[in-house]
Design a protein around this ligand. Structure first.
Ligand SMILES: Cc1cc2nc3c(=O)[nH]c(=O)nc-3n(C[C@H](O)[C@H](O)[C@H](O)COP(=O)(O)O)c2cc1C
Length: 160
């Protein structure tokens, strides 16, 4: 079972968090992460995935245009994504810079794609996804892995 970990990253912070999330997915037996940036991702990556975990730097409190463009360009897949698991992650520059609104901008699109949204588990923060300020530290990387595990385990449950 594949889980797509999709990200945009200009200076590497969001990419590093994406890698931690992908490692979490890979730690679940039978699950494998497909790690793609917004330039690499294909429609087949969406279609072959049982879940999508998408992340972005905070740009003015919202996802970056590069990530939004993927969802815009792949609109024809919308109904085929119904029932798959969706989750979000973000990195910001400022502590109050808009991490939650950015994750919600991603979650909003995923809901309109018909996806089943999960936040991060109680063993992480029990909130809207994984987020951190600037480069993820050890704790953020750990929480990211837990988000990956949760999405993979939820996808297994939904597919059983
Ligand atoms: C165009 C632009 C807009 C940004 N807007 C915000 C913002 O609203 N709030 C914030 O905290 N950081 C903002 N930042 C900072 C980035 O979110 C932050 O540096 C992020 O970790 C960069 O991720 P990356 O290394 O994956 O590119 C902005 C950066 C850019 C380039």
């Amino acid at each position: 079972m594949q889980i797509l970990v999709l990200y945009f990253s200009k200076s590497g912070n969001t990419k590093k968090l994406a890698q931690a999330i992908a490692n979490g997915v890979d730690s679940v037996e039978g699950a494998s992460a497909v790690l793609r940036n917004t330039e690499e991702v294909t429609k087949d990556d969406f279609l072959n995935a049982s879940g999508v975990i998408a992340g972005s730097p905070v740009y003015f409190g919202l996802m970056a245009a590069e990530l939004k463009k993927v969802f815009d360009d792949f609109i024809s897949l919308r109904k085929k994504m119904e029932g798959k698991v969706g989750a979000a992650f973000a990195t910001s520059g400022d502590p109050t810079g808009g991490k939650e609104t950015t994750m919600f901008s991603i979650i909003q699109v995923m809901m309109i794609y018909g996806m089943v949204i999960v936040g991060d588990p109680m063993s992480a923060t029990g909130h809207y996804g994984t987020a951190c300020v600037k480069e993820p530290d050890e704790k953020a990387m750990e929480n990211g892995a837990k988000l990956g595990i949760r999405v993979a385990e939820t996808a297994f449950k939904l597919n059983s």
